[in-house]
Design a protein around this ligand. Structure first.
Ligand SMILES: C[S@@+](CC[C@H](N)C(=O)[O-])C[C@H]1O[C@@H](n2cnc3c(N)ncnc32)[C@H](O)[C@@H]1O
Length: 201
């Protein structure tokens, strides 16, 4: 069988055909709870592979002032610019492009079905890019699937695999079974928080 090429055309056609079964239509409950407890609303936040940017919408509605979203699919990005136009180029920075080519620094990066959308061969590149995009003591937080899928995307994995992948670069603050997933994902998600450590002198 021919391998899928998960490029801009692939993802854009998903939005064109409205084949977006991953889209919850809102911010996920675990992320909502996590975002609610953030005290500093001026931190620089990135949402990669943002799709319809529900997390960004939530953050902006709750007073966050520095939110960046990036997606490779132009149709998704255009829709965000319309939906969130009152924030665009102010509190919100909308980028149409490849996450792996982004150059900037953030205090928090949010993961919501982006990791699982990437070819598993890119997992080390994802880890390294996340590391480069974070400030010292910056965090990568969100959800990962704790199950295997046939085919993909989505591509799943396990807690053990993720710990091995990320602990070489990050401090793993949390990587636990998620207790408040939406029903179809119940028992198959991990909530995680990784911290980019300050280098020892
Ligand atoms: C499974 S969807 C998840 C979308 C959104 N996070 C959600 O949960 O609704 C994966 C998203 O990642 C985007 N994407 C895939 N590869 C990307 C890349 N290299 N850079 C930026 N975005 C990418 C796709 O266009 C798609 O919107």
């Amino acid at each position: 069988m021919q391998k899928l090429v998960l490029d801009k055309e692939y993802w854009n056609s998903k939005y064109e055909r409205q084949q977006i079964g991953w889209d919850l239509g809102t911010v996920s409950i675990p992320l909502k709870e996590y975002l609610f407890q953030l005290a500093d609303k001026n931190i620089a936040i990135l949402i990669p592979g943002c799709g319809n940017a529900h997390e960004a919408e939530f953050l902006l509605q709750h007073g966050f002032t520095n939110v960046t979203v990036i997606d490779i699919a132009p149709i998704a990005v255009e829709a965000i610019k319309i939906k969130l136009k009152e924030y665009d180029n102010k509190e919100l920075h909308v980028i149409c492009g490849d996450f792996f080519e982004l150059n900037a620094v953030f205090d928090l990066i949010i993961e919501q079905t982006f990791f699982c959308a990437l070819d598993p061969l890119l997992r080390k590149a994802y880890r390294d890019k996340m590391f480069d995009l974070l400030s010292q003591e910056g965090k990568l937080a969100g959800l990962l699937f704790n199950r295997i899928f046939e085919g993909g995307p989505p591509f799943g994995g396990s807690r053990e695999e993720y710990l091995q992948l990320f602990s070489s670069k990050f401090t793993v603050k949390l990587m636990e079974e998620c207790h408040n997933s939406i029903i179809p994902r119940a028992g198959s998600e991990l909530f995680f928080v990784l911290v980019k450590p300050t280098p020892m002198l």
